[in-house]
Design a binder for this molecule. Structure first.
Ligand SMILES: Cc1cc2nc3c(=O)[nH]c(=O)nc-3n(C[C@H](O)[C@H](O)[C@H](O)COP(=O)(O)O)c2cc1C
Length: 356
């Protein structure tokens, strides 16, 4: 019975030669966030497909060594996609060739980044103003590589130019293998609520046969199920909610399969995930940066525990793995057996706080 339900609702989703489990959950590409340590944490907690943060095609060509770090991918995170942005056909095609060296499972093109330094230089969401250019850029990339090419974009440049329906058909025609749509325009940045109605319309367009993934504002299992049913998308991409709470992926999966809410992670689990994230951070970034960049994650991992601030202020002063692990073990003992209530995941308007 359960198997029939699963097969009916969750048949495999193929992106080129990559077969993803039914109704895959994708970790969004996020600048300065979606690095290998964070990606692995999300993968371990149910994310089916991961993306690197965006990488400038021009930057990659000019200074491949500096950007090389951003190309680091590891077998344990596969399938993983590398995301590029750029506004010049030749550069994008050349960057696609460079990316082939590290053999990602797919190559994603960013036509959605709204920040001035990208969009106003004719890349990212800037390309939404010129669909012919977008098609040429995409085609150049598809022709340059044998890796499946996917695109992530927004509804359009502004309220008056929501051209995503034309975009979807034309990009499919030049060979992309999947499309992810963030339900906002460029002018909206991160304001207001994501509007998924056009995403649903594209999914239901009989001309469209590639997978269509919806993105924007998913922060609970209930919302994921509601949007799955209402808009019929092939899967969901999650960004900000995962930063706060990487367990969102497994909780959505559990809810979709059983209709029941997965209990929030225990303190033991939180400590284990935090330690792993820290270890991976140190391995990949080196001791000093690895520890430093973990500091903003502590509060997220232990949100909801009474008086956790005292532990947090100790954690952020420490610099070595062993001493941090000791405090984490103290947290485990201090809060042992405490049930942590499910909390609503707040969706921060990152645009106000960082460059995106
Ligand atoms: C800190 C941050 C960095 C981001 N960097 C990228 C990026 O490199 N490439 C990209 O396509 N989108 C980027 N985005 C947009 C996300 O991928 C996603 O489309 C957006 O956050 C909406 O999804 P959400 O509501 O689940 O967060 C970024 C978002 C945030 C919050």
């Amino acid at each position: 019975m359960r198997l029939c339900f699963y097969l009916k609702n969750f048949s495999l989703v193929n992106i080129g030669n990559i077969a993803l489990p039914g109704f895959p959950l994708l970790l969004a590409p996020m600048e300065d966030v979606s690095d290998p340590p964070f990606r692995i944490v999300c993968k371990n907690n149910g994310a089916d497909l991961l993306y690197t943060e965006f990488i400038s095609s021009e930057g990659l060509i000019r200074d491949a060594i500096k950007c090389r770090r951003k190309l680091d991918i590891f077998d344990e995170e596969r399938p993983v996609g590398i995301q590029l942005f750029g506004g010049d056909e030749e550069s994008l095609a050349l960057a696609a060739k460079i990316v082939e060296i590290v053999n990602p499972d797919l190559l994603d093109i960013n036509f959605g980044c709204p920040v001035k330094k990208v969009a106003c230089k004719g890349a990212g969401a800037g390309v939404l103003k010129d669909i012919d250019l977008m098609v040429r850029l995409t085609e150049a990339c598809v022709k340059a590589t044998n890796i499946p090419v996917t695109v992530k974009t927004r509804l359009g440049w502004d309220e008056q130019t929501k051209n995503i329906e034309e975009v979807a058909e034309r990009l499919q025609d030049v060979g992309i293998k999947a499309l992810t749509i963030h339900g906002r325009t460029r002018s909206q940045m991160y304001k207001g609520e994501a509007d998924w109605s056009l995403i649903g319309k594209i999914k239901n367009n009989p001309r469209i046969h590639i997978p269509v993934f919806g993105n924007g504002d998913i922060n609970s299992p209930q919302k994921a199920l509601e949007y799955k049913n209402r808009y019929g998308v092939d899967g969901i991409m999650i960004g900000r909610a995962a930063i706060d709470y990487p367990w969102i992926f497994r909780e959505i999966k559990h809810y979709l399969l059983s209709g029941e809410l997965h209990p929030a992670p225990t303190v033991e689990e939180r400590v284990a995930v935090c330690k792993k994230h820290l270890r991976k951070s140190i391995e990949w970034k080196g001791a000093s940066r690895g520890v430093f960049e973990m500091r903003h994650h502590y509060m997220n991992y232990f949100k909801g525990l009474p008086n956790i601030k005292e532990f947090k202020s100790r954690l952020v002063q420490l610099t070595g793995y062993e001493e941090i692990a000791e405090v984490l073990d103290e947290i485990k003992i201090y809060y042992k057996g405490i049930e942590i209530a499910q909390m609503e995941i707040e969706l921060v308007n990152y645009h106000e706080h960082c460059s995106l």
